[in-house]
Design a protein around this ligand. Structure first.
Ligand SMILES: Nc1ncnc2c1ncn2[C@@H]1O[C@H](COP(=O)(O)OP(=O)(O)O)[C@@H](O)[C@H]1O
Ligand SMILES: O=C(CO)[C@@H](O)[C@H](O)COP(=O)(O)O
Length: 488
């Protein structure tokens, strides 16, 4: 009887569960989606009960696909930064507030008034950021004091799912470092920051490392899903760290990072010495391998292209939009695009900045506008990469996500970033990394190093070829963020 592990990724659009055999091959998979709630402009919420229902269905479906095989562990990953508040009975008190929610401006100001920004960066790797969990808790105290008074525990999305599955409230450093009060050096809660904010550390769960067993599957949920009772549930990682583990990215090779063009655009670079950017322009988080990593985030990357399609070209396939962009030329014949449709993280940390096309003329075509979107996203990521390369030697990126399915965008990104891009042979995302962490957690492999040996080799390296063609456009793009502040 073959053994398998299950990896689960609790994403924003839906949950993905996969079963992976001990040689690293995916043998079963399923996804289940759930709604995103936007009760006010700039607010994003989800019902944790929807996550639970979808996850139990996904786990049941995967269990059915691998009937007869023995499941030896389950590993978790998920969207970062969200807040699930629980009362003294462990019941959810209000909908979860998500990573891309922008309501916490006043809470960020309260945090930075209590703890100097430089101290926060030094201790946690990051300033207070609107999307992080700690500002959400402070917002709750400011805006919903009656709810706040009932809170006994707050959990991140995947850790809430782990709590439902096992009864144990546990987190791990890769996700916890996106809360805003995890001390980078100790990888535990920073008591001084919490004391300065008058927040009890008891609200936060126990922190264990990513390969630790967080708990065991409750018998009633084993029966519901068809998985073994008392199945070890391994703590896992935040989605970016887990995806990096699935690509073999760790501090064993500091030159190799990753680039993802999904809804958001992300550049991930592992580091051995945790050196935060003094201005907090890129994030510094704990990695799931026990080390650390830098993360540059463009909030609307593939999301900007999807917005274009939904708004101006409904029913047109992305591939057809790419064909139109191909008819334009590097530099989009002078059009520039700022992709700040949802505010921006790297390098500006500005939830209120907005997007724009600039320098339009009657001569410009749809192809120029689309190409400007692709280039604007690449320029935004280039700005993040330049900050990252201030301390990291990263010079090769494994490219993943829906956007790099387009050869045009893939090559354009290599040219603008001036960096070798490599397509991974298999791209199974964060669920795969969660499965690898689970394998190490139950001793299938003695270490992540040995688990990495099972990963398929990367293929198709693309070197930058037309870097110079984009340089003038990047130089014209860079000052636009400041100039456009006048229109706010
Ligand atoms: N053929 C394509 N060409 C260019 N971009 C594409 C293509 N297919 C998908 N995309 C982009 O990828 C995005 C979806 O990527 P995906 O990795 O599935 O993201 P997420 O998991 O965040 O939804 C789309 O919004 C779109 O911008
Ligand atoms: O906020 C971040 C990273 O800091 C995002 O990467 C979220 O973690 C994205 O979740 P999904 O879009 O993958 O669900």
């Amino acid at each position: 009887m073959a053994d398998v592990v299950i990896g689960l990724d609790l994403g924003t659009g839906g949950v993905r569960a996969i079963a992976v055999n001990l040689q690293g091959q995916v043998v079963a998979q399923t996804t289940q989606s759930y709604p995103l709630l936007t009760p006010h402009p700039g607010w994003t919420e989800q019902q944790p009960a929807d996550w639970v229902e979808a996850s139990l269905t996904a786990l049941s479906e995967v269990a059915a696909q691998i009937e007869g095989q023995t499941v030896v562990a389950l590993g978790l990953s998920g969207q970062m930064h969200g807040m699930v508040p629980l009362d003294e009975d462990g019941q959810v008190i209000r909908p979860a507030i998500l990573w891309n929610d922008q309501r916490t401006g006043a809470a960020v100001a309260e945090i930075e008034a209590a703890v100097p920004r430089s101290d926060l960066i030094q201790r946690t790797g990051n300033p207070a950021i609107t999307g992080f969990q700690l500002p959400k808790l402070v917002w709750l105290r400011q805006e919903e004091p009656q709810t706040y008074a009932q809170v006994r525990q707050i959990l991140l999305p995947k850790d809430y799912l782990g709590y439902v599955l096992t009864g144990e409230a546990v987190t791990e450093p890769s996700d916890a470092s996106g809360i805003g009060c995890l001390n980078l050096a100790s990888r535990q809660w920073d008591q001084d920051i919490l004391a300065a904010l008058d927040i009890s550390p008891d609200l936060f769960p126990t922190v264990v490392e990513s390969t630790a067993i967080a708990g065991r599957l409750k018998p009633e949920l084993a029966e519901r899903t068809g998985l073994p009772a008392r199945l070890p549930v391994v703590a896992g990682g935040g989605d970016n760290a887990a995806a990096a583990i699935g690509l073999g990215i760790s501090d064993r090779n500091l030159k190799r990072g990753s680039l993802s063009i999904g809804t958001s655009g992300v550049i991930f670079a592992p580091c051995d010495v945790p050196t935060p950017d003094p201005q907090g322009r890129v994030h510094l988080f704990c990695h799931a391998d026990g080390g650390y990593h830098l993360l540059g985030v463009t909030l609307a990357a593939g999301g900007a292209l999807r917005w274009y399609r939904d708004t101006f070209a409904p029913n047109i396939a992305f591939a057809d939009l790419m064909a139109l962009a191909e008819k334009s030329e590097p530099g989009a014949r002078g059009v520039l695009f700022l992709p700040h449709l949802a505010g921006e993280r790297s390098p500006y940390l500005d939830p209120d900045t907005r997007g724009a096309w600039v320098n339009l003329s009657l001569a410009h075509t749809q192809g120029d506008l689309i190409r400007a979107v692709l280039e604007g996203v690449a320029f935004s990521l280039r700005a993040a990469l330049e900050v990252i390369q201030g301390t990291s030697p990263v010079n090769q990126l494994l490219a993943t996500g829906g956007g790099v399915r387009s050869p045009l965008w893939f090559h354009l990104l290599a040219d603008v970033l001036h960096t070798e891009l490599v397509a991974p042979k298999a791209e199974e995302g964060a669920a795969y990394g969660a499965a690898i962490l689970a394998m190490v957690g139950v001793g299938v492999y003695p270490s992540l190093e040995e688990a990495f040996e099972t990963l398929p080799e990367a293929i198709e390296a693309v070197q930058p070829q037309k870097h110079a063609a984009y340089e003038a456009a990047f130089e014209r793009y860079t000052p636009l963020y400041e100039s456009l502040k006048v229109v706010r």
